[in-house]
Write a protein that binds this ligand. Structure first.
Ligand code: NAP
Length: 340
């Protein structure tokens, strides 16, 4: 990719991370087309951004279980940030609800972008640390996960009827990302690919959220601490990133020519834990005292059991990471004021 993009299609634009990506692009003066399954949410997003009325439009793209969903929405688009993918754990059929839609969504957007007459030069894909980390191994502090690592989970294990939805989600992200790299290798399309593999993502919301029950999966877990969940959940991974910093990583991955063809691991340089979140919430919000559980060892800052290379994204994409305290205070304060 050499020319700078001007009109970016953002999929999952009415979701938690997608909406931050939309706002980051708009603030940098780019035109944005958001795709959503819900015209109502698209209209709400547009109505909340009157200053960007001429820069922002929405298209309804149906469920990824249908083939060719993006074919009719590519006109004028010269870059894509593909954020959309199913991320919830309350499933009845993991393969049909998580794995196949994730893979089909990636195949659909790549095929639509490669069709004759389109002008797409780069696709940025939101993958996940789930496609990097091997949760069954305990590598120790001498080992550092980087963007070169791949989760060894097989498709069969992820799709097994006995697999939990958490395991299936990890497979959905790995095999969707692999499908994208395979497409580039075999089809040699006129665009390049950048993938981002963030760990847990937290932060204030800028997409339409009707009530606390509708919070996205990762933020719902953080809010539960403020709401008094007991016992506190254990963190599946110790790494995290603020959604605003992740949006900046996506947009820099789109704008920097030298990022083409690379895989990145955007992750804050400090670890998190729900115990640390509980300490922050109690110390910053008077109302939380007596609500947040006392059933844990407080006052202990989390540590990384293994290394996670967030430094490369800071160096190569210029992202400055927020602290966990800032993220928790901004998000919990927002939810308490507007939704609780
Ligand atoms: N949050 C995290 O901690 C985290 C960490 C690593 C990676 N990620 C990745 O980040 C991306 C966004 O996640 P999020 O946290 O922002 O969650 P989210 O708020 O639930 O957003 C998911 C988005 O994907 C769209 N989507 C889901 N299933 C779909 C389907 N079957 N067909 C079409 N669209 C579908 C949703 O569309 P509608 O808005 O139309 O419902 C929504 O916009 C996902 O790729 C996820 O895997 C998230």
């Amino acid at each position: 990719m050499t020319a700078q993009p001007s009109y970016v299609l953002v999929t999952g634009a009415t979701g938690f991370i997608g909406a931050h990506v939309v706002d980051n692009l708009l603030a940098k003066g780019l035109k944005v087309r958001g795709s959503t399954r819900s015209i109502k949410k698209g209209e709400q997003m547009k109505a909340a951004r009157p200053q960007y009325a001429s820069q922002l439009d929405f298209v309804v793209v149906e469920d990824f279980t249908k083939i060719g969903v993006f074919d009719s929405v590519m006109e004028g688009i010269d870059a894509v940030i593909h954020v959309a993918s199913p991320f919830f754990y309350n499933t009845t059929n993991n393969e049909e609800e998580l794995i196949l839609p994730a893979i089909n969504g990636v195949k659909s957007i790549l095929k639509a972008s490669a069709k004759a007459g389109t002008n797409v030069k780069r696709i940025v894909l939101t993958s996940s640390f789930a496609s990097i980390v091997d949760v069954n191994s305990t590598p120790g502090p001498d080992f550092t996960y980087t963007a070169q690592n791949w989760n060894p989970l097989t498709y069969e294990a992820a799709a097994a009827p006995t697999a939990t939805s958490v395991v299936a989600y990890r497979g959905s992200k790995k095999y969707a990302e692999l499908a994208a790299w395979d497409f580039i290798k075999t089809e040699k399309p006129p665009f390049d690919l950048v993938t981002l593999c963030p760990p847990m993502v937290f932060g204030p919301v800028v997409h339409p959220v009707a009530n606390i029950e509708s919070l996205n999966e990762s933020n719902a877990g953080l809010w539960a601490v403020a709401a008094g969940v007991d016992p506190l959940p254990g963190a599946r991974v110790p790494a995290w990133i603020d959604a605003r910093d992740l949006a900046e990583a996506h947009v820099q991955a789109l704008l920097r020519p030298e990022a083409g063809g690379k895989r990145f691991l955007p992750a804050a340089l400090e670890p998190f834990s729900y115990e640390y979140a509980a300490d922050i919430i109690k110390s910053k919000f008077q109302w939380a005292k007596g609500v947040v559980t006392e059933n844990y060892v407080s006052g202990t800052k989390p540590s990384f059991p293994y290394g996670v290379d967030g430094r490369t994204v800071a160096d190569e994409l210029g992202v400055k990471y927020r602290t966990f305290e800032v993220t928790v205070v901004d998000f919990i304060g927002q939810v308490k004021e507007n939704l609780a």
